[in-house]
Design a protein around this ligand. Sequence first.
Ligand code: AMP
Ligand code: GLY
Length: 425
Amino acid sequence: MKILVLGSGAREHAIILALRAEQTEHEIFVSPGNAGIAADATTVSVDMLDGGAVTAFANEHAIDLVVVGPEAPLVAGVADALRERGIPVFGPGKAAAQLEGSKAFAKRIMDSAGVPTGRAVRAATVAEVEAAFDDLGAPHVVKADGLAAGKGVIVTSDRAEALAHAEQYLPAGPVLVEEFLSGPEVSLFFLSDGDTVRALSPAQDFKRALDGDAGPNTGGMGAYSPLPWLAEQFGSEHDFVAQVTRDVALPVVRQLDAEGTPFIGLLYAGLILTPAGVRVIEFNARFGDPETQVVLPRLRTPLSELLFAAASGTLEDQPEPEFSNEVAITVVLASEGYPEAPQTGRPIEHLADAAAVEGVRIVHAATAGPDAPGGDLIATGGRVLNVVATASDFATARERAYDAIARISLEGAHYRSDIAARGGG
Ligand code: AMP
Ligand code: GLY
């Protein structure tokens, strides 16, 4: 297949590595990509937010499938432009992407579809925010409406801090104040063709910047898959996945279809397993980052077939995706100052040493260069690299990942040391 991938992060690199790992060879183009991705696909320069430009490129190069990585092109309507021209695209149109783009829209869809989620109040003024705090109690959860790359959310017992967060976002529009939900978090991905869904294997993301879930929320500092502890609560991973498919994914996909805005792409359910049952905390309209980096290495079914079936309305003909019994963990290497004020432009050294560790892949999130042959790669963003390790058990996967990440030099860089520390149970 000729495949065009849009995006530039570790998620897109992981998608491309999974496509490359298939027995069938594909011709893969990516825009804009990064220095690591460039080794695994042909990088091109197409404005990924411009539906006309992406469509023209796809036509010119006879692309069979476009895979949209990040949310911004989806919210900008790039998938609509491609679909109008009959080009198979994995990614929802602008209307269905509001599931991620607008927390208020997501709440409305969940209410209409009867999907279990926390109570939430839309507050447009400081007085309304305060009233919602009184009503819902502490800890306080405040969310900016709209895309904020995981940084628009605060969860705190400090009322003044929660209020200050709300005040920061209020000038741009109402915020959501949510009921605090307590319990372990699970990210579960569903492929959807607008009608049929197919679940992938669950993963857990570590959202806070520092060990022990301290520090600010980030885009994600690490992840692991599968989640063996799910079996204790639900009998098996399969039973858990079946329950969330029935109670969350299918009702949402049917609701969006009934509204004339079918969801074609990746439905990401962010879940909290509360003592009262599974609750949705958020939806995303694309693969999660960094969860994709641990889910896809375990996928045994050819990814291109699944994505193409979703894009072309034939998911029903596909068997359930199969996963290996191996475990996968990823640890994110972040620039100094991430997430508040990342320092970029610094050289990265000793990547080859890190990649030499058994079972380890280095997935690039924000890298560029080198400017000259033999020169260093440069860190260009907050989350720079993902070290992904697979093994037959968590202890070995952790050893491998941490051995590899310790070999990489990037001045001021930081990473969490407790990813999947309790992964095995
Ligand atoms: P979101 O962007 O909605 O995924 O929120 C980011 C993170 O904030 C989540 O992964 C949770 O760790 C936390 N969070 C969001 N909503 C809630 C909630 N209602 N109760 C507890 N924690 C939450
Ligand atoms: N890992 C969280 C996200 O992709 O939004």
